[in-house]
Write a protein that binds this ligand. Structure first.
Ligand SMILES: [Zn+2]
Ligand SMILES: [Zn+2]
Length: 218
């Protein structure tokens, strides 16, 4: 299992980074990205802290742990600057909190995330065809999520992504210990969203490619 969207108590998650990592290792994960919520108020606190913790803990962890950030509820016009800032602070996976159907995320956030070249557009809700084609062009991966609420639009996202040949990845958006999932559960969630068995492996492959890309940023 590879999971590139998780939270710790550096934003609104329940766990310290190392406990999250331990629990992921125990569930058989091979890679995880820690992507705490950031906006202009905390980006320069959170990303360096995660980097510092991982530097010290990495040798004790038998899997890849990738520092990242999730740019969350920001005006679309400043999203490109925040993506750049996150990367310059050391985030190797930059997620943007997309236009989920269960929160009042500002319209235009999906577009700004794609334009900014985020790695993953998380829970993009009822993403438009125009944005799907733009994401494909820019190599931005969109997310199928196991998270309650955000997952309501999984079926729509999967159908549209498959129709237009856009890459998908599955993540948990983990906030608490019970949110981590096995690869078997990930498979079921993808299948339930309408991704057929042949395509499920390619979704896992997209996460592997994102990990490779992130590690090249070292
Ligand atoms: Zn989010
Ligand atoms: Zn999240």
């Amino acid at each position: 299992m590879i999971d590139l969207h998780t939270h710790t108590l550096f934003s609104d998650g329940a766990l310290l980074p190392y406990e999250l990592v331990r629990r992921a290792v125990a569930m058989g994960y091979s890679a995880i990205a820690i992507t705490d919520h950031v906006d202009p108020s905390n980006i320069d606190l959170v990303v360096p802290r995660i980097m510092k913790a991982l530097k010290r803990l990495r040798e004790f962890v038998p899997m890849e742990v990738i520092p990242g950030a999730e740019i969350t509820h920001c005006p679309p016009r400043i999203i490109p600057d925040l993506v750049k800032e996150a990367r310059s602070l050391g985030a190797k996976i930059v997620v943007v909190h997309g236009e989920t159907v269960v929160e009042p995320v500002i319209e235009g956030t999906n577009r700004a995330a794609i334009e900014a070249g985020a790695d993953i557009l998380a829970h993009p809700g009822l993403i438009t065809t125009e944005d799907i084609l733009f994401a494909k062009d820019k190599g931005v991966v969109i997310e199928i999520t196991s998270r309650k609420g955000h997952s309501l639009s999984n079926g729509y996202v999967a159908r549209e992504a498959i129709k237009f040949g856009l890459s998908l990845a599955i993540n948990t958006d983990c906030h608490e210990p019970g949110d981590l999932i096995t690869k078997e559960t990930a498979r079921k969630i993808l299948f339930a969203a309408g991704v057929d068995e042949k395509r499920i492996e390619s979704v896992f492959e997209n996460s592997r490619l994102l990990v490779e890309k992130a590690l090249r940023r070292d």
